[in-house]
Design a protein around this ligand. Structure first.
Ligand SMILES: Cc1cc2nc3c(=O)[nH]c(=O)nc-3n(C[C@H](O)[C@H](O)[C@H](O)COP(=O)(O)OP(=O)(O)OC[C@H]3O[C@@H](n4cnc5c(N)ncnc54)[C@H](O)[C@@H]3O)c2cc1C
Length: 475
């Protein structure tokens, strides 16, 4: 942000002193991994990258930044998809990476809680829970590198939302360093605490604009003892929603995955990913990946899953089904879903939308969005897939066959406008789980009401009056 002051050498020396030279990166090679994200969609340059090792160091960094008006970009695992963790391009900001603050501090299997540093990698939390015979259900493609502080700051969703909620629903307490360096110790593990505003939730989904999360207290759950994964071919999105209605009514929270995929996405997978197999003998317009988990033993759950699938066929909701006969086949089914985004790269340009609408409106959304896309770029190929059970569709649109990739991607904003228009008319959200960052910052005021924007600006001003925390992101 050009109005930000440059960061003079003397100030660089003071910041360096806080974390020690070993943890203050100044040269291009050391800083490079923190300045661009994995898709190379966003990149910037920073004056320096700091890697504090304690809450006290984070506090000193923010105090100094606040006194000197220095812009700070908090960064977790750098896997965010909206550019929120990337500095701007003028070397006037400092990236603060939480990656050294990565210890699991406590696990209490009786209370079902886990306390850890904000820089702990999500997969390590899952493993620690598993080792204690418990389950931490937040799960997403980037779990091997994203950090829990980043997950909470983006209110990450992923595949467990249907049964367990978003990241927001899994947090009990936080320790946060405020913009002026003050440390808020809200690291409680209480299930009940009705003492006014729920302050921790203000930092969830705030994308690092209100404070830096340094420690988290999380909910753990009973570990499911058995899991069944089925692949169902359906003739329409309406049938997929009917299927959802039927299984969620019967099984409730035991439905731990309900994902929708279009035939074109399966075709992409078969064409580009070696050894991919179509789970069903004949093609179907749409597919549902259904996962059922429970505390029952494996035989009991298998028998119940077979009954459910039999009922689906009998009622004519599903046209064909297959139940995974092994853990490795279940993994193959899931891979068809989890690799659906990456495979689109191999079909040329892909314009993305991460949207949600009420579940019952999904068929109408898909119909109307397809028309809007065709009107925008004739021949463009929608590949909508995602968490149908949460109403969250990744409405990606691949370029027309043989089109020029560059020219197609130049239509990104027009396409967004066409699809988001349909989303808004159905009372949906233009960002279901990836956040706002830079990508959707300028769209936000168009889809949030004036009152909502006013409240958000008031909060930002209260928590960060000098605007040092992740400047220019989110708002
Ligand atoms: C392959 C892949 C699959 C993905 N799948 C999903 C998915 O299914 N669902 C989903 O929701 N997302 C998904 N994502 C997006 C991404 O993984 C999530 O947004 C994740 O929560 C980001 O965590 P991170 O640690 O990488 O944060 P970063 O990318 O480093 O940062 C994200 C935001 O959080 C802020 N931040 C980070 N740490 C802190 C902290 N300690 N305190 C304050 N602010 C902080 C940053 O400033 C930034 O605004 C996926 C990404 C990839 C690459």
């Amino acid at each position: 942000m050009s109005e930000r002051p440059t960061i003079p050498d003397e100030l660089v020396a003071k910041f360096t002193e806080i974390v020690g030279e070993k943890n203050a990166f100044l040269n291009a090679a050391d800083m490079a991994p923190y300045l661009t994200e994995w898709r190379d969609l966003y990149s910037g340059s920073a004056r320096m990258v700091l890697r504090p090792g304690t809450t006290g160091e984070v506090s000193q960094i923010l105090k100094l930044a606040n006194e000197t008006g220095t812009g700070i970009v908090p960064q977790g695992g750098n896997t965010g998809l909206v550019g929120a963790q990337t500095p701007f391009d003028e070397k006037r900001e400092i990236v603060v990476s939480l990656s050294r603050m990565n210890e699991i501090r406590a696990i209490d299997p009786d209370a079902n809680t886990l306390v850890c540093d904000a820089g702990t990698i999500l997969a390590n939390i899952q493993t620690a829970a598993d080792d204690a015979d418990r389950f931490f259900p937040l799960s997403l493609g980037a779990e091997g590198s994203c950090q829990i502080g980043g997950n909470l700051s983006t209110n990450a969703g992923g595949t467990g939302v249907l049964a367990y909620g978003n990241a927001r629903d899994m947090v009990l307490g936080l320790e946060v360093v405020l913009a002026n360096g003050e440390i808020w110790d809200g690291l409680k593990t209480l299930r009940k605490d009705n003492t006014g505003y729920d302050l921790k939730q203000l930092f969830v989904g705030a994308e690092g604009t209100l404070g830096i999360i340094t420690k988290v207290a999380l909910k753990l759950f009973a570990r499911p003892r058995a899991r069944e994964v089925a692949f169902v071919g359906v003739k329409s999105a309406e049938a997929a929603v009917a299927l959802f209605r039927s299984v969620i009514g019967a099984e409730g929270r035991n439905i731990t995955g309900f994902e929708i995929m279009p035939r074109i996405g399966i075709d992409f997978m078969l064409r580009h990913i070696p050894d991919t197999r179509d789970p069903l003998a004949d093609p179907h317009p749409w597919y549902v990946l259904l996962e059922i988990s429970s505390g029952d033993n494996a035989e009991t759950l298998k028998a119940r899953a077979e009954d459910i699938l039999g009922d689906i066929l009998e009622a004519g909701i599903g046209d064909d089904v297959v139940l995974a006969n092994s853990g490795s086949q279940a993994k193959d089914f899931w891979e068809l879903r989890t690799r659906m985004s990456e495979v689109q790269k191999l079909e040329g340009g892909s314009i993305k939308h991460d949207v949600s609408v009420p579940v019952s409106a999904i068929p109408e959304f898909l119909d109307r969005a397809a028309t809007a896309v065709e009107n925008c770029v004739s021949g463009a190929r929608p590949v909508p897939f995602g968490h149908l059970g949460d109403g969250n569709i990744h409405y990606n649109v691949s370029q027309p066959v043989g089109a020029d990739r560059h020219a197609y991607l130049a239509r990104w904003e027009d396409m967004n406008e066409a699809v988001h228009g349909v989303v808004a008319s159905l009372n949906g959200s233009i960002s279901a789980e990836h956040g706002i960052g830079i990508l959707k910052r300028d769209l936000l005021p168009r889809y949030k009401s004036k009152v909502e924007m006013k409240m958000m600006h008031a909060l930002k001003k209260t928590f960060d009056p000098n605007g040092i925390l992740n400047p220019g992101k989110l708002m």
